[in-house]
Design a protein around this ligand. Sequence first.
Ligand code: F6P
Length: 409
Amino acid sequence: MKGNVIVGQSGGPTAVINSSLAGVFRTAIDRGANKVYGMRYGIQGLLDEKYVDLSDYIKNELDVEILKRTPSAFLGTCRYKLPAIHEDQDVYERIFEILDKLNIECFIYIGGNDSMDTIKKLSDYAILKGHPQKFVGVPKTIDNDLALTDHTPGFGSACKYIATSIKEVIRDGNGFSYNKQLVTIIEIMGRNAGWLTGAAALAKGEDCEGVDLIYLPEVAFDLEAFTEEVRELLKVKSTVFVAISEGIRLADGTYVSEAGGGSGYVDAFGHKQLTGSANYLASMINNELGCKTRAVEFSSLQRSASHLASRVDINEAFMVGGAAVKAADEGDSGKMVVIDRVSDDPYQSATGVYDVHKIANDEKLVPRNWINEKGTYVTNEFIDYVRPLIQGDYPCVMVNGLPRHLYLR
Ligand code: F6P
């Protein structure tokens, strides 16, 4: 590689997005990049010429190791939608002016389906105007809703946190169950895809009864049927645990979170902020059935719990970062790195590259046949798919009793 590399992070962060950043940095240096720049706050920050030289912050192997274990986006992230090329070329001219000034050869963007829209538009523009830079995307999202990749980095660690925390919530609730009924409703992120919520099923095992009901956004949610399910369960047990996706919707398409008031916030890609469904349903069950209820919203904890990251996930996140640099250096552009599952037992994966036009802005949902007929739990096939992704741990570097993070001031 003769020129420089620039890398950005975009969209909702994960526990392992910085492991991908570390993978990009390491491979770029190994392949002879002179400088590896990091965009501050993704493409939005780059437009304001906000970037750093990553060598100023990643100085040795220990920094690489700490970065891999640091949650959230080290460089800062954004939810910024580039205009369509025919709508506004000035913004593209500005970006390419900055890339030329920094002698950028490879532009790497770590993100989800909205972020791949940026790779798609920039690579299209480069071809249209004959710019030499190569643009490659690195998959990332706890939602696991990217097409054409077996799964996305960030998903496995979020699943591990969710299953672990649900086991703990169940222990907590069952400890109080003498002569008392309790319904606990746990709200899990994932927007319109139920992958992460389905991972609640992993909590069940020899030492844990698991959750009783799981509701994904792929199946319309019925308030009355739900109340009846809970009523029936309370006839035979005193504690009921329910996992719901933040994105569950009524038959008419209204998000349950909106029915409960919602937040009203909408981002640049038109996504509504989904929050408050567990609270709404917990109050409803309390009113209808008169029992004690509790709402648990994992919120940002589920995507930032690097103390519980899965080893498979951290290693794959690092691997896809490196693979993106290799692909761009070898001439690929307008592509995203994908993870292919090579085998389940032992679990093995490899990387490939795919046309980003087939991935950007698309949402991969849980197949209907991986959800039971009533829409109240996931199938064994779903569980077999997720379980390998939560395996192994990656111990934090502990200082004064707490995990050490690499931090960009
Ligand atoms: O896309 C990742 C994600 O964590 C979704 O699961 C969630 O709905 C969304 O981001 C929340 O985004 P924000 O933090 O911008 O509100």
